[in-house]
Design a protein around this ligand. Structure first.
Ligand code: C2O
Ligand code: CU
Length: 459
């Protein structure tokens, strides 16, 4: 091609006159939900074949979506699964139409079709995305991934690592068992797997002594509560469920109900094993999920670990004028529920079990036609949650974070999921999010399928 220098310069100059292509009008990226196979079980457990999974882009976890605070997320779901699906952006404040709940905010996307999601990311932090259709099956098959939204001024660390905690129920050939509706699971603690796994992104081979590391834990298990200990480092918990803690907490064992997250910042300083270790605790036993050995020269130690920069959210200062909406959870094995309403009919526990609907909120099983309450945007709500069952429940509110009302009248951290132990009563308070239909459900997905779900209407 014959391009003169003069024309080239002119062309270059013209380029500068074009509007800058910013992230805000960047094209939508495709997230394809599809079946694939991958090596799930590590070689250290023996010679297992690949596992058939369902994943975004055919991987588990799905692609790690990284943004900066204030960016616009644009993702097009392309469904190549044999079932309809949708994506819920867990913990992200967004317009109701983008919330990904079939039957409420959109139709489930049929095989071969697409849906465009686009919304600004107001808050920095660790969030995640997952299927919200037939989620007991679709999440258990692998349809989830993590969203990292970077702060404008992120803390200074050597490594920023996402740790996905998962729990798989596999057969001897490493295949996911398809007993997703097993009634014993649904009436008890849910679908417990037999392969608990920590997946790190990125996954450094070694760490230097004194290196400062941020670990972003996400429990994506469909039902399992995970207790995690970190050995070989000392630091603080700086965020929960994506939101910065106003006062970082001392780092001890971390308990994660399904969907719960925590960001930890620590300095690597092992005393015994020369490694940083992530350990899964069950009863008196610790199982090593992952370890990163120490290598190289030590780096200089740093000053104290500070709180993360705040997100643009308003913390509660009092409950004056709050509307009280009590919630009683009942049902399940060893429960005291005798009858409940399902689909407008009063049924006995026996009849409910036959229908696979065994958990109730305020005497109603399954998604009610009418909302639990109709709220005005900005209305303050307080909700005592009484768990009159023999099992823990991870209660998740769509649309906004809440704060726990503590026994001393103070408020806990901003959370989007709260683990309520058996026979315990906890209270949450929140400000009603923008208009729309927002779910409130147990994130033990087996419990959700078996009836533990309701919704708020905001007008
Ligand atoms: Cu993470 Cu309604 O869910
Ligand atoms: Cu539950």
């Amino acid at each position: 091609m014959n391009v003169t220098r003069r024309r080239f310069l002119k062309a270059t100059a013209a380029l500068y006159l074009l509007p800058t292509l910013s992230k805000a009008n960047a094209p939508s990226a495709i997230l394809e939900a599809k079946a694939a196979s991958m090596q799930l079980i590590g070689a250290e457990f023996g010679d297992y074949p690949k596992t058939e999974i369902w994943g975004f882009q055919g991987t588990v976890p799905g692609p790690l979506l990284r943004f900066k605070q204030g960016d616009t997320l644009r993702q097009t779901l392309h469904n190549s699964l044999p079932q309809p699906t949708s994506i819920h952006w867990h913990g992200v404040r967004l317009p109701n139409a983008m919330d990904g709940v079939p039957g409420f905010t959109q139709d489930a996307v049929p095989t071969g079709e697409t849906f465009d999601y686009a919304f600004p990311l107001k808050d920095a932090g660790t969030y995640w995305y997952h299927s919200h259709n037939r989620s007991t099956e679709q999440v258990a098959r692998g349809l989830y991934g993590v969203i990292v939204v970077k702060e404008h001024t992120p803390p200074d660390v050597e490594h920023d690592i996402v740790v996905v905690l998962d729990d798989w129920r596999l057969d001897e050939t490493a295949q996911i068992t398809d007993d997703f509706g097993a009634m014993h699971d649904w009436t008890h603690a849910g679908r417990m797997g037999n392969y608990v796994h920590a997946h790190l992104t990125p996954s450094p081979d070694t760490l230097q002594k004194n290196a400062r590391v941020r670990l972003r834990f996400v429990n994506v298990a469909s039902d399992r509560v995970m207790t995690i200990a970190i050995q070989g480092g000392s630091g603080k918990v700086v965020a929960r469920d994506g939101m910065p803690l106003q006062a970082p907490e001392a780092l001890g064992a971390l308990v994660f109900g399904p969907a719960e997250r925590a960001d930890v910042i620590l300095d690597v300083n092992p005393s015994e094993a020369q490694a940083l270790q992530i350990v899964f605790l069950e009863r008196d036993t610790g199982y090593l999920l992952h370890e990163i050995p120490l290598a190289g020269d030590a780096v200089a130690t740093r000053g104290p670990i500070q709180a993360l920069p705040a997100n643009p959210v308003t913390y509660l200062s009092d409950l004056e004028g709050a509307r009280e909406i009590p919630l009683v959870m009942e049902g399940g094995a060893m429960g005291r529920m005798e009858t409940a309403t399902f689909d407008g009919e009063d049924l006995s526990t026996r009849e409910l079990v036959q229908k696979g609907k065994v958990w109730a909120f305020n005497g109603i099983v399954g998604m009610p036609d009418a909302p639990l309450a109709t709220l005005r945007q900005g209305e303050l709500v307080r909700m005592p949650i009484a768990n009159d069952t023999a099992f823990a429940h991870a209660m998740h509110l769509h649309g906004t974070h809440f704060q726990e009302v503590l026994p001393d009248g103070g408020f806990g951290p901003m959370k989007d999921t709260l683990l309520v132990q058996p026979r315990e009563t906890r209270e949450i308070a929140f400000v009603a999010p923008p208009p729309g239909k927002w779910l409130f459900h147990c994130h033990m997905l087996s419990h959700q399928s078996a009836g533990m779900k309701t919704w708020f209407e905001v007008v």
